[in-house]
Design a protein around this ligand. Structure first.
Ligand SMILES: [Zn+2]
Length: 80
């Protein structure tokens, strides 16, 4: 009986705009904004935690700003 080979399926993360090699915010010349919960959602886990930089490839300064803006959006109940 042939052994079933497990093939890697593209996870939700790879389809996500967050998985890239350069900083998304610097590329698009925008800064993280709490009034844009849809964009902030790309940098969160399904449970609502902030994804680390080594996964999202966001630069250090943008990551710092992103964390602040995510916390602001949480306070206003725009994201979980
Ligand atoms: Zn950046």
């Amino acid at each position: 009986m042939a052994k079933k080979q497990k093939r890697k399926q593209p996870s939700q993360k790879t389809q996500n705009a967050a998985l890239r090699t350069t900083c998304w915010f610097c590329d698009h010349d925008v800064t993280p904004d709490y009034k844009d919960p849809k964009t902030l959602g790309y940098f969160l886990t399904p449970r609502g935690r902030v994804l680390p930089r080594h996964i999202t490839s966001v630069c250090a300064s943008c990551q710092r700003g992103l964390a602040v803006q995510i916390k602001r959006a949480r306070q206003l109940a725009l994201i979980r």
